[in-house]
Design a protein around this ligand. Structure first.
Ligand SMILES: CC(=O)N[C@H]1[C@@H](OP(=O)(O)OP(=O)(O)OC[C@H]2O[C@@H](n3ccc(=O)[nH]c3=O)[C@H](O)[C@@H]2O)O[C@H](CO)[C@@H](O)[C@@H]1O
Ligand SMILES: C=C(OP(=O)(O)O)C(=O)O
Length: 445
């Protein structure tokens, strides 16, 4: 099992390319299931979750081919052909490593009239039920049974879902995506109320429109989808939007270590709440290039821990502060001056990194959904364990500022959502390497 070995104390300088967004790539790979014609995606990030999703699609019968495309230096270009779908099912073995496999449910049901998808179960950050996905598909006429850990779904007689008005009990990102994809091939009009506003939902809607779907209102809380009989190959490869959470993670890393870095491809428009909080902390972030184009970039400059102020926030749905940035900001707050109050409102158990940060010398108290971070900690390297994707990223940030050597164990969590983070950080001047568990290091405490 791989680990990261970090010798802290170096400022970061230079340029880093931001990859395509994991949370856009995963639903967009599933969108290939909706059409018998091929779909080409560009700027596909090289991530473990993306590999798992390709494996899942291959299991269903999708042929995937990697194309050479020098337009995506930070990613890959993939052509997905779902002409035949002999096995419209997602087995537990794949779903247990990647919850986003639930995104196959809506497209499979809409295209094949039936689907069998393993229930994802809980995960480290919370129970994460999918009841809203199921409720929405039932409103569209599907018969759904949960048996032996699987969601067994069938479209109404005739094989086509029916348009419906669906109001989800809460704003759900993959719920909105699943129902929007299912509705593209339904008979009649679907209205999704309380829809998610996340840029990844909007990017998916734009891809579906390019495939011939009739969607309006994406980017608002009411999305209207007029079902069509079939979707087609888009005229152009669809370029996946840059990963705002990878960009945000690098912003926090530079904020904590100090230095100056250009984040190529990062979109300021997707990171407003994060950039505002960084400004409050004393970090300068400047938007460069033309908004919405690949030449967009962010330039971040930070005085380092000694010049930072700890900042509090509440995690909320987009466009407010993202839960996927909570752990990384907490790591930065640990070394900044003052006290920060953080409230996590999206997931009930997303403080798994706190005990590991405490092992590095942080001062944090948890009371229910609230964490009080007393800044100004002098972190010192230790062996810590990654428990989930963003918890891993926060431990890397803490390791970059800690005195001595930090060993981050179980980084398969990190590899789910970051493309060779250690290589990118090393290119910026960090002292970080990937080692096999058990590898000897003389400077480990
Ligand atoms: C692959 C992907 O895009 N993952 C993102 C997506 O996860 P995901 O789409 O799973 O998260 P949701 O937006 O659905 O979850 C929001 C809240 O609603 C609850 N809920 C959701 C659906 C449901 O049927 N029932 C229910 O109770 C969840 O438990 C959670 O408390 O959005 C999260 C919130 O921004 C991010 O942290 C994840 O990175
Ligand atoms: C929670 C996350 O992802 P997932 O929904 O895929 O678990 C994340 O990206 O931080």
């Amino acid at each position: 099992m791989d680990q990261l070995l970090i010798r802290g104390g170096r400022a970061l300088h230079g340029e880093v390319a931001i990859a395509g967004a994991k949370n856009a790539a995963l639903p967009e790979l599933c969108a290939a299931l909706l059409s018998a014609e091929p779909l080409t995606l560009a700027n596909v990030p090289r991530l473990q979750d993306v590999a798992t999703m390709r494996k899942l699609l291959a299991h269903m019968g999708v042929q995937a081919e990697r194309l050479d495309d020098d337009r995506c230096p930070a990613g890959e270009c993939w052509r997905l052909d779902a002409a035949e779908l002999p096995r419209p099912e997602a087995p537990y073995e794949l779903v247990k490593t990647m919850r986003a496999a639930i995104l196959a449910l809506g497209p499979l049901l809409a295209r094949c009239g039936r689907a069998r998808v393993s229930l994802p179960g809980g995960c480290a950050i919370g129970s994460r039920p999918v009841d809203q996905h199921i409720k929405g598909l039932q409103a569209m006429g599907a018969t759904i049974r949960v048996e032996h850990g699987y969601i067994e779904a069938e479209a109404p007689a005739g094989g086509r879902l029916k348009g419906a008005r669906i109001t989800t009990d809460m704003v759900t990102v993959t719920g909105t995506e699943n129902l929007m994809m299912a509705a593209t091939l339904a008979e009649g009009t679907t209205v999704l109320e309380n829809a998610a506003l996340e840029p990844e939902v909007t990017d998916l809607a734009e891809l579906l429109i390019a495939m011939g779907a009739r969607i309006t209102g994406h980017g608002t809380h009411r999305i209207t989808i007029e079902g069509v009989a079939a979707l087609h190959a888009p005229a152009q490869p669809h370029r996946i939007i840059p990963d705002r959470i990878e960009a945000g993670t690098f912003l926090c890393a530079v904020a904590a270590t100090g230095g100056e870095v250009r984040l190529r491809g990062a979109r300021a428009g997707h990171l407003e709440a994060v950039i505002e909080k960084l400004a409050e902390a004393g970090v300068a972030v400047e938007a460069l290039g033309t908004p919405g184009t690949p030449d967009e970039a962010l330039q971040v400059r930070s005085p380092g821990a000694a010049g930072l102020k700890a900042v509090g926030f509440r995690t909320r749905e987009y466009p407010a502060f993202p839960t996927d940035m909570q752990a990384q900001f907490m790591a930065m707050d640990c070394v900044a001056a003052g006290t920060a109050v953080i409230t996590e409102t999206i997931f009930e158990n997303r403080y798994m990194h706190v005990n590991e940060l405490l092992r590095l010398g942080a001062a944090i108290e948890i009371d229910g959904h609230t964490a009080v971070v007393r800044g100004g900690a002098r972190l010192s390297g230790a062996t810590v364990m990654a428990t989930d994707l963003r918890a891993s990223a926060s431990l890397v940030i803490a390791g970059l500022v800690a005195e001595g050597t930090t060993r981050v164990d179980r980084i398969y969590h990190l590899d789910r959502g970051y493309d060779r983070m250690e290589a990118k950080l090393r290119a910026l001047g960090a002292d970080i390497e990937r080692v096999k568990a058990g590898a000897a290091t003389e400077d480990l405490a």
